[in-house]
Design a protein around this ligand. Structure first.
Ligand code: ADP
Ligand code: MG
Length: 245
């Protein structure tokens, strides 16, 4: 579904991404793992068009999207959860979710002119996602008043609500408490059962070993291993990258 080919990106003199290539399959959870600073978030930034690569190409469903804008890429159906919180702080959970429908958060001007009507259909969609993510009881809370883990769940809900074919999640469970961590794991498994395609960044190798179908391991801007969880668990290069860091 998504293929990156020979991607390279330098920041100043530092090669953050160095001839990185991989492919992910439809309907599966693929985990992108690797030590801190290995380039995982930078790969996400390149795929979503936030920054541009020095070299290399990106394909989505066979289409070359290398030079597409952030909006074009989002409209193609790549929906992303960021490593840092991006909720509208003064809006409620429910209001934040309404903005995500139809990709509305890239069309804020429409809201200003009142062109986005809150229809019955949209209300049902939001209620459904609140339930799916187990956050119905906090729907009227202001984003500012949520715990870190609750914010994460709301952001996940928003990412899922965005019309999409591919979900890209950057460390969805980092820093959340054990209970919400379990909730998020359950949610991801539910999504997979519904046929979603997920590309997941995670620093914690153990977390992904139990969840992902395929694992891609990065170190120093490169892919150093690709395989099933049980293959990755015993891969010498992978263990060295983790233990060495
Ligand atoms: P990861 O997500 O795997 O922890 P990152 O992709 O965030 O790693 O970072 C990879 C490398 O690129 C790091 O050395 C980081 O400091 C550097 N880097 C990332 N983004 C920038 C940026 N905007 N400017 C300068 N250096 C950056
Ligand atoms: Mg990162």
């Amino acid at each position: 579904m998504l293929k990156i080919q020979n991607l390279s990106k330098k920041f100043g003199g530092v090669k953050a991404i160095n001839a990185c290539s991989f492919e992910i399959a439809k309907g599966e959870i693929t985990a992108l793992i690797g030590p801190n600073g290995s380039g995982k978030t930078t790969v996400f930034n390149l795929i979503s068009g936030i920054i541009k690569q020095d070299f290399g190409k990106i394909f989505f469903n066979g289409k070359n999207i290398t030079n597409f804008s952030v909006e074009q890429i989002s409209n193609l159906g790549i929906s992303r959860l960021f490593q840092q919180s991006r909720l509208f702080k003064n809006l409620t959970v429910r209001e934040n979710l309404f903005l995500a429908i139809d990709n509305e958060d890239t069309k804020l001007w429409k809201n200003m002119f009142g062109l986005n009507k809150i229809t019955k259909e949209k209300k049902e969609k939001v209620s459904e996602i609140l339930k799916k993510c187990g956050i119905s009881e906090i729907e009227n809370k202001t984003a500012n008043d949520l715990s870190f883990g609750q914010k994460r769940l709301v952001e996940l809900a928003r990412t899922i609500l965005n019309p999409h074919q591919l979900l890209m999640l950057d460390e969805p469970v980092a820093g959340v408490n054990p209970k919400i961590r379990q909730d998020i794991i359950k949610l991801l498994l539910k999504l997979k059962k519904n046929g979603e395609t997920i590309l997941l960044i995670e620093h914690d190798m153990n977390f992904t070993l139990g969840l992902a179908d395929d694992i891609i391991v990065m170190d120093a801007g490169k892919v150093i291993a690709v395989g099933k969880p049980n293959e990755i668990k015993n891969n010498k290069l992978v263990l060295e990258a983790y233990l060495g860091s």
